[in-house]
Design a protein around this ligand. Structure first.
Ligand SMILES: C[S@@+](CC[C@H](N)C(=O)[O-])C[C@H]1O[C@@H](n2cnc3c(N)ncnc32)[C@H](O)[C@@H]1O
Ligand SMILES: [Zn+2]
Length: 357
């Protein structure tokens, strides 16, 4: 198994290298700003402990953690009463095949056993852990402490020792420039704008992507999973899962904002993009798209991850899902034949690279 190397950390406020011990990480004066960052539940914490994102409530997540501490995460999940939540958590938290697209990650001539992979917004960590046997160190960063605690307990259950959890805001990563060989961002770009509601959405997303570009080494790779704004599933009537409201992704942004305020009393900030607009946003952050893959049905649990360079894999997929309603399959066939299908896939995995020095 790969062995963790020491993870260099730097102060999110002033950029000074941090001294880390069992209690905290310190940014010592006179070279540093004097701030200290505590461990919370054993996890170095740079973030706001009140930040919470979750499919289960904070209370239910905490009781899951207590149960998992005494037993295993798997048995704590089996004790969830609601059968839908139980089955969802089983696959979302425990299923390492969620990272099955990882053979697309290309570390170049870097020795994998020395490589550092950073998963930003790692959540319960299934994807981060799927990389652990294949690289030197995985750093799993999330803004929700409870999700990192579950993730750390899963690593304990699996005997993985090279997954380092860090509690931090994705907009201020406590890692030095050029430290990461690869960065994974799955289902996070569309959530970061909620962390700074005073700034226009695209500016916050760009700030986040620039953080990612900063920590990548020259030539390092980003793997970014996100829903396609124009996914055929939304055009056929599925609600935008980020808001629970149909059309917030599809409508012009201002109309979507009005619709969201009317439906939920809050602004619309979960921006997703089509293929070209997403590539343009990445380019503005200094990240060049190498390839766009379609993850079907969703990047969260892909049955298939296919290149969009040719329509053959999509055509194959459409043939294989004969259980789909006839109209959807017919529309899919027409979209493939006319060449528009790559623009309408439900989710993308964008592979992008920071320019080599
Ligand atoms: C949709 S979940 C994806 C989790 C994980 N990548 C996966 O695929 O299982 C979004 C994650 O981003 C985290 N997140 C959202 N905004 C964040 C922020 N500003 N800083 C750090 N983490 C954030 C949430 O806590 C949550 O775990
Ligand atoms: Zn400092």
């Amino acid at each position: 198994m790969a062995v963790a190397h020491r993870l260099p950390l730097c102060c999110p406020s002033c950029g000074t290298p941090l001294a880390v011990d069992d209690e905290a990480a310190a940014c010592s004066a006179p070279s540093g700003c004097g701030r200290s960052f505590p461990r919370r539940q054993g996890i170095l914490s740079f973030g706001d402990p009140s930040f919470f994102y979750g499919e289960l409530s904070r209370e239910r997540t905490r009781s899951l953690i207590d149960h998992a501490r005494a037993t295993t995460v798997a048995s704590a999940i089996e004790a969830i009463e609601d059968p839908q939540k139980r089955s969802w958590m089983r696959s979302y938290v425990l299923d390492d095949s969620r990272g099955d697209w990882q053979f697309f990650v290309d570390l170049g001539d870097r020795d994998p056993s020395e490589a550092l992979l950073v998963d930003v917004g790692s959540g319960f960590g299934a994807v981060a852990r799927s990389f652990a046997p294949h690289v030197g160190t995985v750093c799993a960063i999330d803004g929700t402490l409870e999700r990192l605690e579950v993730s750390a307990l899963c690593a304990r259950d699996q005997g993985l020792e090279n997954v380092v959890p860090l509690h931090a805001d994705a907009l201020t990563l406590p890692l030095p420039q050029g430290v990461a060989d690869a960065v994974v961002v799955m289902g996070v770009l569309e959530w970061v704008p909620l962390a700074d509601e005073q700034t226009p959405v695209e500016q916050v997303q760009l700030r986040f992507l620039r953080q990612v570009a900063r920590i990548l080494r020259p030539g390092g790779q980003l793997v970014l999973g996100i829903e396609n704004r124009w996914g055929y599933n939304y055009l056929l009537g599925e609600a935008d899962e980020h808001t629970g409201v149909w059309g917030t992704n599809l409508l012009p942004r201002r109309m979507a904002d009005r619709r969201m305020r009317a439906a939920k009393g809050r602004p619309f900030r979960n921006y997703t993009y089509g293929r070209t607009a997403l590539a343009a946003l990445l380019a503005q952050a200094g990240l060049e798209v190498e390839e766009t893959l379609a993850a079907i049905p969703k990047y969260r649990a892909p049955d298939m991850t296919a290149t969009l360079r040719t329509s053959t894999p999509l055509a194959h997929y459409l043939r294989s899902i004969s259980a789909q309603p006839g109209i959807a399959q017919l529309a899919g066939r027409v979209a493939t034949a006319t060449g528009v299908a790559p623009e309408l896939v439900p989710t993308f995995i964008q592979l992008a690279r920071k320019a080599a020095a």
